[in-house]
Design a binder for this molecule. Structure first.
Ligand code: APR
Length: 246
């Protein structure tokens, strides 16, 4: 693995760039990561709030966890940082395509202006009805007794998030993009959760260059061809500047 050596990363101007993002990109916007020392999983257990079994066992607790996170995300002080803005600029100015695949359930990429975006782990500001499978925009607290606006039935609403043990969203579209991209970029993810953690191996098997932008080496760091270490709000804008200059 090389440190920087960015001049070697010269995807063809018309090629697709796939960017995977994780909680680290939103940290400087004021949202907690999961596995850092002060992260979400140091305060609550995955088995209590982030599995379907937990939801069936204690929906009130699971709703309370996501209600608190939703209120936090909608707080006046939470906004996209320079890294989110740089990725939106990359989408606007790169002569080829850019697809952002995020594990994050926040909406900071959208607020920054990214439009080609897949939320593979769902979205905190949406609800899903277990009765009719409708997906509803949802910015309020949610509780088990609420009714679905579409089918009218009660006790079926859940956060539109992918829990441990559930299948991430849009995997076919992601796989197709990984197959044909000219550069794979990973930002702010610890590489602990599959299938996202395996994307770099898929691109590596095809000989596609890849770069990890993260505070520290992720679990899969040795699979990337290049690495840039630092805070996302600093290294992502510089990286995007550099790509656009070529
Ligand atoms: N800039 C860059 N990287 C950062 C920053 C920062 N300011 N702050 C933290 N990081 C890095 C950490 O070093 C860590 O490697 O971001 C990474 C965050 O890792 P996790 O907390 O594990 O988050 P993530 O990889 O997105 O988690 C994946 O796990 O619990 C699930 O569904 C949840 O989508 C989430 C998935």
């Amino acid at each position: 693995m090389r440190s920087s050596a960015l001049e070697e990363l010269r995807p063809d101007a018309g090629s697709l760039i796939v960017v995977l993002t994780g909680a680290g990109i939103s940290k400087e916007s004021g949202l907690d990561t999961f596995r850092d020392a002060d992260g979400i999983w140091s305060k609550v257990r995955i088995e209590d709030v982030a599995t379907y079994e937990a939801f069936v066992r204690d929906p009130r607790r699971v709703h309370a966890f996501y209600n608190e996170r939703r209120r936090g995300l909608l707080g006046a002080n939470i906004r996209p940082n320079a890294a989110h803005l740089a990725l939106a600029r990359l989408e606007r100015e790169w002569p080829g395509e850019v697809l952002v695949v995020t594990q994050n359930i926040d909406d900071l990429h959208e607020r920054a202006g990214t439009t080609k975006l897949i939320h593979m782990h769902g979205e905190l500001l949406k609800a899903e009805c277990e009765h009719c499978r409708s997906i509803l925009v949802w910015r309020e607290d949610m509780s088990r007794d609420m009714r679905c606006d579409v089918c009218g039935r009660a006790a079926g609403l859940r956060p539109h998030v992918v829990w441990f043990g559930e299948m991430p969203l849009e995997m076919d579209r992601i796989g197709e993009a990984l197959d044909r991209c000219g550069l794979f970029v990973s930002i702010g993810t610890s590489g602990n959760v599959y299938p996202a953690a395996g994307f770099v191996s898929e691109t590596r098997a095809r000989g596609t260059p890849s770069v990890e932008l993260n505070l520290e080496p992720s679990e899969g760091a040795s699979s990337f061809s290049h690495a840039i270490r630092g805070r996302a709000s600093e290294i992502v804008p510089a990286f995007v500047d550099d790509l656009l200059k070529r």
